[in-house]
Every structure is written in structure tokens, then in C-alpha cells.
Design a protein around this ligand. Structure first.
Ligand code: GLU
Length: 469
């Protein structure tokens, strides 16, 4: 038997990091089993689907290493409407489903509660199809449905507690629960690896598999992803879109490494693990069933480590979308012709050790490419205390006279000027840094001055001096 798994997202919004995690788990499992990964877009909710969400899913999958052409599909659930309807009819013909014209209000009036579910009123009324009649599955009165789940053991559901649930609406259209099962059957899926949120659907779906005469798949419900308050990650509250992380400058390798740690840990004390080793070591059976905390701070730290591990040339290449403005977030503040690739290459190794996400490259280097720096007024107020004007006058004179313009000379020069003003180097640096870069923190100052050059450094110091009393 060939293992066939599927990833079945609904294109109703940005691509969720939890979805990306499930996709990767399916992907690795298929690979390990010499199996097939199927991508199915569950696009039957016409009101909420948009083609651009589907495009977004395909692009995001590609970004984390699940490339078009290397999987089966994408199939679209909407193309299988005939199969969905045929399955509903078969269940009806076999007596496993019946038509029901009860309104919610009528059920409530009989049961006295909005929560007990359907009471089986139409089970033996033998209604035919017709307006206002939904098709309900006749769940067994006895016995139990045992779900074989690679992560959760054998969750067991008593059949008498499963209501006769709707499988097709009164307009004849099958509901998601059935469509999802029929597609899995049609596509020969052997293992359903999906989020824990779907576990309550699973006994119903397994009953449908059995009623349609096909051996149910093996299930694996991977843990729900939560925020620091242990709330399920929600797109309204939390940053959940994989695209948002990509656009901010997370590296795909860091992202997919981190995503795989949501519910699983490699042996030993390792967390940063090269992808080929993850592909080898990951075990679906080893996934922890309890909820997994998506820790953005930790992900940032991870990303920083991945950035630092890049060869400098790769780092420079990886920064390009933010430097050129092709990344979808805000373009850089300089004009394309102001960018100087050589100057950037000179400071790139300094920046590489300091940034956690690639988009942070822009505020670290913008002073190199702009005619005058973007002054952060808060930083200015803090750095330009009383006496800053005198200090800058002295620095301008000393920098004009320094024989060779390099980091060591400007450093010792500023050290000496600072000492004359009773300032340690750190204190003397602050006004110079703000005057030259506009900010209080950034790349090492003296290397920056070396790359910027004497003339531009002096011009900025003079401009700052003019603003001071
Ligand atoms: N389309 C469903 C979702 O987006 C997936 C259901 C499944 O994996 O069985 O949650």
C-alpha cells in the first residue's frame, strides 16, 4: 500500500502558520514513507473563498519548500461536486441517511434545549427529498467509534452520543464534513494528518467512511497552536499569516525549523537543526498531543541565528528585496540610484550580526544612502544635551585634521576629544552617532564613519552643529 497524505486548506484568508506546520508534517511523513503528498484546496465555501488566497497558499508552500510540481494537485474540492452528491444519494439509498424537515425551533421545542442536538424525529418518517428537507446520517444506536490516531492513541466515541448529523442541506448541496470524506476517498488518502480542531468531526467522518464501505484512514491530529496566553492563535488577534513573517524578513529555513518544533522536539538538546536532519528524525508518532506555544520571540532569536550562519554573500543576496523595495512591505527611504552596493557590502558583515529579521537592514544602513540622515527626534533630544555644540565643534576640527580616515583613527580621535570635555567614549559617541546616522543605536560607529567617508561625515556634523545653540 502506498501512503497517500493530503494537505487540505480552505482559501478563506492569509495562510496560517498552524497550517504551514501541518503541511510540513504531512510533507515529511509522505517522504519518509515513500508516499505521495496531495494538495487539495477546499474551496466549496463560495462566499468566503477568493482565488488570491489560493495563490497565496501555493506561494507560501513554495516558500517553505513544498514546491509546485513536487506534489500531486492542487485539486479543487469544487470540482468534485458530482462525487459528493453521488455519495449522499448512495447513503440515502442504502438507508444510512434520511430526509428531515425539522426546523431548529421545532427540535428545540421538543427537546427543551438548544444544545442536545437532533432528536431523531424524522428517522422513520420515510420522507423523500424536497424543499426544506436536509439529509441526515443515521448514526448507530449502539457501540462505539474508535479512531486510530497516531498521536492520540485510540480516542473512543460512543455512538449513541453522536447525533444524526446533516450531510446535505435542503438545497441538496453536501456539507463540508461529507465533501471532505468523499474527496479523501476519491484521492485514495491513507493517512489524515490535520489539526486537533477537527478531532470532534472525526468520529462522524469515520462513520461515513464505514457506511460508504471503505476502510477509514489512519488519523493523526496535531496539536493546536496557541499564543502566550494559551489562546488558540487567531487571525484577528495574533500575527498568524506565514506571509507576514516572510515579508518581515524571516528566512524560510528558520521558519520551517521553528514550525517543526511546534509539538515535536529532536533528540538531545538541539533546536536549531538542519532541514535534512529534521526530515530524517521527525516522527509523527512522537508529536506531543498537548497544545504548542507559538513563541514569536523565540522565532526571532532563531532567525537571528540563521541569519548569522549565512555566508556574507548569501546574506547580501537575502537582503536585496528590502534594499531594492521589491519586498511587499514599505520601500526603503532612499532612491534606487542612491543605493551604493559597495558601501553596503562593506557594512553587511556588521549588520549581519545585529539584525534578527531582514527588514531591519533598512534602518541600519539608510544613513549610508541618504543625502542627510533621517533624524529620530527622540534620539536627538537625548543625545544633544548641554555642551553638545562645543563637543561637535571640537570633533569637527579634530576629524578635519586626522591624517588617515579609518575606524581606528576616528575612534582614538573621538576618545581624545571626549576626554578633553570630561566625557567617556560612550558619552562622546552619542551626539556624533545621532548627527551622522540620525539614530541612537546602530552599526558600530567608527566602521560606519569609515564607510561613509570624511567629507560626508563632516557635512553631517556641521549640519547638526547648526541646529544647536
Ligand atoms: N479545509 C479544512 C481546514 O482548512 C481541512 C480539513 C481537513 O484537513 O480534514 O481546516
Amino acid at each position: 500500500m502506498t501512503v497517500r497524505v493530503r494537505f487540505a486548506p480552505s482559501p478563506t484568508g492569509m495562510f496560517h502558520v498552524g497550517g504551514a506546520r501541518s503541511a510540513l508534517q504531512n510533507w515529511i511523513f509522505a517522504k519518509q514513507q515513500d508516499g505521495v503528498f496531495v494538495l487539495r484546496i477546499e474551496d466549496t465555501d463560495a462566499a468566503r473563498n477568493k482565488p488570491e488566497w489560493t495563490e497565496g497558499i501555493l506561494a507560501a508552500l513554495e516558500w517553505i519548500g513544498i514546491a509546485r510540481g513536487s506534489y500531486e494537485g492542487p485539486y479543487f474540492q469544487s470540482s468534485y461536486a458530482t462525487e459528493h452528491r453521488a455519495a449522499a444519494s448512495r447513503l440515502h439509498e442504502a438507508g444510512r441517511a434520511y430526509y428531515c424537515d425539522c426546523t431548529r425551533e421545532a427540535v428545540q421545542a421538543r427537546t427543551g434545549s438548544a444544545h442536545t442536538g437532533y432528536d431523531g424525529f424524522c428517522r422513520d418518517r420515510n420522507l423523500g427529498p424536497g424543499a426544506g428537507r436536509a439529509l441526515r446520517f443515521r448514526t448507530p444506536d449502539e457501540g462505539a467509534t474508535v479512531v486510530v490516531d497516531l498521536i492520540r492513541g485510540e480516542p473512543t466515541f460512543e455512538n449513541r452520543l453522536i447525533e444524526d448529523f446533516v450531510i446535505a442541506r435542503s438545497d441538496g448541496s453536501p456539507v463540508f464534513l461529507l465533501a471532505n470524506v468523499v474527496d479523501d476517498m476519491t484521492m485514495g488518502i491513507t493517512h489524515v494528518v490535520r489539526a486537533e480542531e477537527h478531532l470532534p468531526n472525526t468520529p462522524k467522518q469515520q462513520l461515513l467512511w464505514e457506511a460508504l464501505g471503505v476502510k477509514p484512514p489512519v488519523w493523526a491530529h496535531v496539536p493546536v497552536v496557541v499564543n502566550e496566553k494559551r489562546q488558540k492563535l487567531s487571525k484577528r488577534r495574533d500575527k498568524v499569516a506565514l506571509e507576514a513573517y516572510r515579508d518581515e524578513g524571516y528566512l524560510a529555513d528558520a521558519m520551517r525549523n521553528y514550525l517543526m518544533l511546534l509539538g515535536w522536539a529532536p533528540a538531545g538538546d538541539r533546536e536549531i537543526v538542519p532541514w535534512p536532519a529534521i526530515e530524517e528524525e521527525f516522527r509523527l508518532e512522537g508529536v506531543n498531543p498537548s497544545s504548542a506555544f507559538f513563541d514569536e520571540k523565540k522565532l526571532r532569536a532563531f532567525n537571528g541565528e540563521y541569519i548569522r550562519a549565512l555566508p556574507v554573500a548569501d546574506f547580501i543576496a537575502a537582503c536585496q528585496p528590502w534594499l531594492t523595495g521589491t519586498a511587499t512591505i514599505a520601500p526603503p527611504p532612499w532612491q534606487p540610484d542612491e543605493f551604493d552596493a559597495e558601501a553596503f557590502a562593506a557594512v553587511a558583515p556588521l549588520a549581519q550580526t545585529r539584525i534578527a529579521v531582514l527588514s531591519e537592514i533598512v534602518p541600519n544602513v539608510d544613513f549610508l544612502f541618504l543625502d542627510s540622515p533621517l533624524i529620530d527626534e527622540g534620539a536627538w533630544a537625548k543625545a544633544m544635551k548641554e555642551g553638545a555644540g562645543d563637543l561637535l565643534d571640537a570633533v569637527i576640527a579634530a576629524f578635519t585634521a586626522v591624517p588617515s580616515w579609518d575606524a581606528d583613527s576616528t575612534k582614538s580621535t573621538l576618545e581624545a576629544v571626549g576626554a578633553e570635555h570630561g566625557l567617556k567614549l560612550g558619552k562622546a559617541q552619542a551626539p556624533v552617532r545621532v548627527a551622522v546616522t540620525g539614530r541612537r543605536v546602530g552599526l558600530p560607529l567608527f566602521e560606519s564613519l569609515e564607510v561613509l567617508g570624511r567629507e560626508r561625515t563632516l557635512a553631517r556634523l556641521q549640519a547638526a552643529r547648526l541646529r544647536l545653540p
